[in-house]
Design a binder for this molecule. Structure first.
Ligand code: NAD
Length: 382
C-alpha cells in the first residue's frame, strides 16, 4: 500500500500532518491535525503494530477526520486530530511517549491528546510529565471518559430502536456486544439495568469473565457473536468490523457501537442499508469522551454524563430522521451533514476573520479617518 500524502490531505482539507522519528526511543509516529479553525484539535494516541507506514498514515487521517465530524455534530468549538504510533519490538514506550509529549507541548495548545487503543493511564502519565496538553487520567482530569462514551452509545442504540419501532422497550431487546473493555462493559451495565438481554464476546477471556461475574450476562466465543440473532449488534472492540465477510453474517436490526470507523468502507454502509439493517454511525454516538474532555479543557467544567447522553440522543434522533426523509443510508447522511456543518463553520469563521481584518484595517486606518470601504477601494485601486 502506498499513499500520496499531500493529495490525501488536500482531499479532506487537512491542515497539518507531522511525522515524528526518534532514534533513541525507536519512536515512529504520525500526528494529523485536521481542523483547528474553531478551536484546538482533540484526538488520542493509538499505538498499533501497523502492516506498513502507509496504513498507519491512512488510519491516522481517517481517525482525525472522524474526530472533526464528532466535534462538528456535537457543536463543540474544536476540531479533530489523531496520533498513531507505529509499534514494534524495538520501541521503548516510556521514552517514546515522553518524546511525543515534548512534540505536542511545542505545538503550544493547538492539539490536545488523550487515550486510545494501547494508550492508557500509564502512557498518559508519561505524556503529562512533558506536556500540559494531555488528558490527566487522575482526579484532576475530566474523569468518567469511558462512562461518557458508553452513555452516548446507549443513547444511539435507544435512538435507533425508537427510529424503527417508535419505542425502546428494553425488556424485549437483545443486544450483542463485541468487546467488553472500558466502553463495552459500561454499555452492558446500562443495558442490563434497563432489563435488556445482553450477550457479549471478548478475545480476552479474563475481560469477558469480569462481565459475566459483575453483570451476569451471557458470553459466546469470540467470532461467534456475529451470528447471534439480536435486535442490536454493538461493536466496541476495533474499527473496520463491517466488511464483505462479516456483513452477510450479521443478524441484527441495528448496528451501533463505540468503535471508531466501524465500516471498512462507505460502500459497506450502503450494503447494510440495502439489507435493511439500520447503521447508526459511530462518529455520531461515540463522542461522549470527546465532549467531556473538550469542555473540561476549553471551559474548565465537567459536563454531566446525563447531559452528554441527551446531546448524543438529540443528534442521533435528528440525523436518523433526516436519513429517512432523504431515503438515504444514515452513514451517508451523517457524513454529508458533518461536512456541510464543517464547511459552514469554516465559512462563518473565515467571514469573521475577513470582517475582523477589515475592522482592523478600519481601526488602523481609522486613526487616519479612513473607513473599511475606503480601504477596500484603495486595495482594489492598487
Ligand atoms: P478497550 O481496549 O478498553 O476495550 C476493547 C476490548 O475489545 C478489549 O477488552 C479487547 O480484548 C476486546 N477486543 C479486541 N478485539 C476483539 C475482537 N475481535 N473480538 C472481541 N473482542 C475484542 O477499549 P475501549 O476504551 O473500551 O474502546 C473500545 C472502542 O471504542 C475502541 O475502538 C476505541 O477506539 C473506541 N472509542 C473509545 C472511546 C473511549 O472513551 N474509551 C471513545 C471513542 C471511541
Amino acid at each position: 500500500m502506498s499513499i500520496r500524502l499531500l493529495d490525501a490531505m488536500a482531499r479532506e482539507d487537512f491542515e497539518e500532518v507531522v511525522a515524528v522519528q526518534d532514534r533513541r526511543s525507536g519512536l515512529r509516529a504520525v500526528v494529523a491535525l485536521h481542523d483547528t479553525s474553531a478551536g484546538p484539535a482533540f484526538g488520542g494516541i493509538r499505538r498499533w503494530n501497523y502492516a506498513s507506514e502507509a496504513s498507519a498514515a491512512l488510519d491516522c487521517l481517517r481517525l482525525a477526520r472522524a474526530m472533526t465530524w464528532k466535534c462538528v455534530l456535537a457543536g463543540l468549538p474544536a476540531g479533530g486530530a489523531k496520533t498513531v504510533v507505529l509499534d514494534h519490538g524495538g520501541l521503548d514506550p516510556e521514552s517514546a511517549y515522553r518524546h511525543l509529549g515534548r512534540v505536542i507541548e511545542r505545538m503550544g495548545g493547538r492539539y490536545y491528546t488523550g487515550p486510545d487503543v494501547n494508550t492508557g493511564e500509564r502512557e498518559l502519565a508519561w505524556l503529562a510529565a512533558e506536556t500540559r496538553y494531555a488528558t490527566d487520567p487522575g482526579p484532576e482530569g475530566p474523569q468518567e471518559l469511558a462512562e461518557s462514551t458508553a452513555a452516548g452509545v446507549f443513547a444511539g442504540i435507544a435512538a435507533g430502536l425508537r427510529h424503527l419501532d417508535g419505542e425502546e422497550d428494553w425488556s424485549r431487546r437483545s443486544v450483542v456486544i463485541q468487546g467488553l473493555g472500558s466502553v463495552g462493559l459500561r454499555l452492558a451495565r446500562r443495558l442490563v439495568e434497563q432489563g435488556a438481554r445482553v450477550v457479549g464476546a471478548d478475545i480476552d477471556e479474563r475481560t469477558a469473565q469480569v462481565a459475566v461475574t459483575e453483570l451476569g450476562i451471557e458470553t459466546v466465543a469470540p467470532g461467534d457473536e456475529l451470528d447471534v440473532p439480536c435486535d442490536v449488534f454493538s461493536p466496541n472492540a476495533l474499527g473496520g468490523l463491517v466488511h464483505d465477510l462479516t456483513l452477510v453474517r450479521l443478524r441484527a436490526r441495528v448496528v451501533c457501537g463505540g468503535a471508531n470507523n466501524v465500516l471498512a468502507s462507505a460502500a459497506h454502509g450502503d450494503r447494510l442499508h440495502a439489507r435493511g439493517i439500520l447503521f447508526v454511525p459511530d462518529f455520531m454516538v461515540n463522542a461522549g469522551a470527546l465532549i467531556r474532555g473538550a469542555l473540561f479543557h476549553l471551559e474548565g467544567r465537567r459536563e454531566p454524563v446525563v447531559e452528554i447522553q441527551a446531546r448524543v440522543d438529540a443528534v442521533a434522533t435528528e440525523l436518523l430522521a433526516l436519513a429517512r426523509e432523504l431515503g438515504r443510508p444514515p452513514s451517508r447522511v451523517a457524513v454529508a451533514e458533518a461536512s456541510r456543518r464543517l464547511a459552514a463553520r469554516r465559512n462563518r469563521l473565515r467571514g469573521c476573520d475577513d470582517a475582523a481584518a477589515l475592522s482592523d484595517k478600519g481601526r488602523v486606518s481609522g486613526n487616519h479617518t479612513t473607513s473599511p470601504a475606503d480601504t477596500d477601494r484603495k486595495d482594489s485601486d492598487a
